[in-house]
Write a protein that binds this ligand. Structure first.
Ligand SMILES: [Zn+2]
Length: 59
């Protein structure tokens, strides 16, 4: 009784951690077309979603 479920958000994926809203300003980032809530990690020549493994090749 009195048990609380603690959300496991202590270690968010660093793949998209750097892409977020900072001080009300949206940092340039692409959102995943599948998840929509996740940002795509900016790689050298591709965008990658760490959540659903969506991959988009840069042109
Ligand atoms: Zn995704």
């Amino acid at each position: 009784m009195g048990k609380k479920k603690k959300p496991k958000n202590k270690r968010p994926s660093k793949k998209w951690e750097k892409y977020k809203v900072e001080a009300g300003k949206l940092v340039k980032a692409k959102t995943c077309p599948r998840c929509r809530i996740h940002f795509l990690a900016d790689h050298k020549d591709r965008w990658y979603c760490g959540n659903c493994h969506y991959l988009e090749v840069k042109k």
